[in-house]
Write a protein that binds this ligand. Structure first.
Ligand SMILES: Nc1ncnc2c1ncn2[C@@H]1O[C@H](COP(=O)(O)OP(=O)(O)OP(=O)(O)O)[C@@H](O)[C@H]1O
Ligand SMILES: [Mg+2]
Length: 351
C-alpha cells in the first residue's frame, strides 16, 4: 500500500501531519502542514520545518522503537504558536510493505487558545482579588480606627462611616459587574431575539443618568436622524447596559466639556447591504484619551487613570461588558478621540 493513499484521510484533519522515515526525511505532509510550513518539504529533513529539540527528541524515540511520544512545543513561525505534538510509530508492514524501515507519524495540534485562556484566567483571578482586597483593606482600617483612636470622636466617626459606605458600595458594584460579565459570557453563543427599539431605550438611559449629569454640570442631547427605523434584534436589558455604561463614562470622564451628544443614524451602504447598520455615537467634549490607551480600553480592569476612575467609583469593567454584549449582537464598538477635544464612542448594530 502506498503512503499517498493516506492523503485524503490526513488532509481532512486540522492538525499538521507529517510522516518521516528513519532518517527523518519527510515522506508525506498533509494540507494543514503545507499551509503552515510550506509546500516544498517532501524529501527534506523534518528539522527544516520544525527546528525544535524537544520535538526532534520525541521523533527519535519513536524511530528507536517507542510506540508513541507526546510533547508540547512553541514555534515562532509565523507567529508564536503552541502545539501539542504527538508522534506515533507506523508499523512497517501495515502500510508500506517495506520490511524493517521504521516510520513516524508526527501530528501538531495548535493549542495556543488553551494556553491563552489559562493565562487570561489566572490574570483575571489576580485582578479580581486585588480589586476586592483594596476596599476591604480600607474598611478594616476604618473599623480599627473607629474601635480605637476615634472611638469618641463624633466628627471622625461621621466621616469614616461615609468613606466606609463608599467602599462597601464599590465592592458591591464590582461584584455586580463581575456577575453581569459572566452572564454575558455564558450567553455569548445564544443569539438575542427580541425586537428592541433603540429610541425609547436610549431616552430611558438619558432619564436614568440625568441626575448624574446634573451633578456634573453636563447637558445630554439626543439627535435622531430623520426617517430611520431604530429597531434591532437584541436583548433589551443588555443593550440598555451598553448605553448606560457608555453615557455614564462620557459624563464621568468627558463631562468637563459640558455637553454630551447621543446621535442615532444609519451607517451608509457604501460597503454593501449587509453593512447597513444602526450607528449610535456618544460624543463628549472632554479631555480625550491618548491613542496608546484606546486599543486597551475594553480590557477588563483597564483604566487610563486608576486614581481618577476609582474616585468616580469605577471598576474598569464597564467597557469589557460593552464589548461582550456587542459581540453577542454581532455589533462592534469604535473609539476615536482627540486630546483636549473629546472622545466619540460609536456602537454599530446590525439590523
Ligand atoms: N468618554 C471617555 N473619555 C475619557 N476616558 C474614558 C471615556 N470612557 C472611558 N474612559 C476611560 O476608559 C476607562 C475604562 O472605562 P470602563 O467603563 O471600562 O471602566 P470604569 O468607568 O473605570 O469603571 P466601570 O465602568 O466599571 O464603573 C476609564 O477608567 C477611563 O479612564
Ligand atoms: Mg465605566
Amino acid at each position: 500500500m502506498q503512503l499517498e493513499l493516506l492523503l485524503p484521510v490526513v488532509n481532512g484533519l486540522t492538525a499538521s501531519v507529517f510522516v518521516v522515515d528513519a532518517d527523518r526525511q519527510i515522506l508525506l505532509i498533509n494540507d494543514a502542514g503545507r499551509a503552515l510550513f510550506g509546500d516544498e518539504l517532501v524529501g527534506v529533513d523534518l528539522v527544516q520545518a520544525i527546528r525544535n529539540p524537544r520535538c526532534l527528541k520525541a521523533i527519535a524515540k519513536v524511530l528507536e522503537g517507542r510506540k508513541k511520544t507526546q510533547t508540547v512545543i512553541t514555534l515562532q513561525n509565523p507567529v508564536r504558536t503552541t502545539y501539542q505534538v504527538t508522534v506515533t510509530r507506523l508499523g512497517p508492514r501495515i502500510l508500506t510493505g517495506d520490511e524493517d524501515e521504521p516510520r513516524a507519524v508526527i501530528s501538531l495540534e495548535n493549542i495556543s487558545h488553551i494556553f491563552e485562556a489559562e493565562q487570561m484566567r489566572s490574570e483575571f483571578v489576580a485582578n479580581v482579588s486585588h480589586e476586592l482586597r483594596s476596599p476591604l483593606t480600607a474598611l478594616n482600617g476604618f473599623i480599627e480606627t473607629l474601635k480605637g483612636a476615634a472611638k469618641d470622636d463624633d466628627l471622625a466617626r461621621e466621616r469614616f462611616l461615609d468613606i466606609m459606605e463608599q467602599e462597601a458600595r464599590r465592592m458591591n458594584r464590582l461584584i455586580g459587574d463581575l456577575l453581569s460579565l459572566s452572564k454575558v459570557e455564558a450567553d455569548a453563543h445564544i443569539r438575542p431575539e427580541e425586537q428592541v427599539d433603540l429610541t425609547p431605550l436610549i431616552k430611558q438611559v438619558i432619564t436614568v443618568l440625568e441626575p448624574l449629569a446634573k451633578r456634573e454640570n453636563v447637558k445630554l442631547r439626543l439627535i435622531i436622524a430623520d426617517d430611520i427605523e431604530t429597531t434591532v434584534l437584541g436583548d433589551h436589558d443588555q443593550l440598555q447596559q451598553v448605553f448606560v455604561n457608555l453615557v455614564e463614562n462620557a459624563i464621568k470622564y468627558g463631562g468637563m466639556g459640558g455637553l454630551i451628544t447621543i446621535a442615532i443614524s444609519s451607517k451608509d451602504k457604501t460597503a454593501g447591504i449587509r453593512s447597513q447598520a444602526l450607528q449610535i455615537d456618544i460624543i463628549d467634549q472632554g479631555a480625550g484619551i491618548k491613542a496608546e490607551h484606546i486599543p486597551r480600553l475594553t480590557e477588563r480592569f483597564y483604566r487610563v487613570d486608576k486614581g481618577r476612575s476609582r474616585e468616580k467609583g469605577g471598576t474598569g469593567l464597564g467597557l469589557a461588558i460593552v464589548k461582550h454584549i456587542l459581540a453577542r449582537h454581532r455589533g462592534r464598538l469604535q473609539v476615536t478621540s482627540e486630546i483636549n477635544k473629546g472622545s466619540t464612542f460609536t456602537v454599530f448594530l446590525p439590523r
